[in-house]
Design a protein. Structure first.
Length: 113
């Protein structure tokens, strides 16, 4: 693991060598499987556009990809809360805990837009 960045609430270094505090192996497997499936869906979308398929059909597929990405986001947020956020909040460093609260609020705000 890299040296912790002072501005990073989870304690992981955020300087290009970012790593989570922990990633549940099942979450990692599931996320990678889902991302590969999404990658295939996006390639399918490209083909649909190249073939000038009916716009409504393309839009339905775009909606499907967006929902699949939201699912991946939920898994990653769950992992972040269980590991990175929990460790930072329970740490003996009040500044680190406060930074994590701010990060979580920002993540929640971004997800509801």
């Amino acid at each position: 693991m890299t040296n912790p960045s002072p501005s990073c609430p989870c304690g992981a270094g955020h300087n290009g060598g970012d790593h989570a505090v922990a990633v549940d192996p099942e979450v990692k497997r599931s996320v990678l499987t889902r991302l590969r499936r999404i990658e295939g869906q996006v390639r399918g979308l490209q083909r649909m556009v190249e073939e000038e398929r009916y716009c409504a059909d393309v839009l339905v597929q775009i909606s499907s990809v967006q929902e699949a990405l939201r699912g991946v986001g939920r898994l990653m947020l769950h992992n972040h809360l269980r590991h990175c956020a929990t460790e930072a909040i329970r740490s003996d460093d009040p500044a680190r805990a406060e930074a994590m609260y701010d990060e979580l609020l920002d993540l929640v705000y971004r997800s509801v837009r």
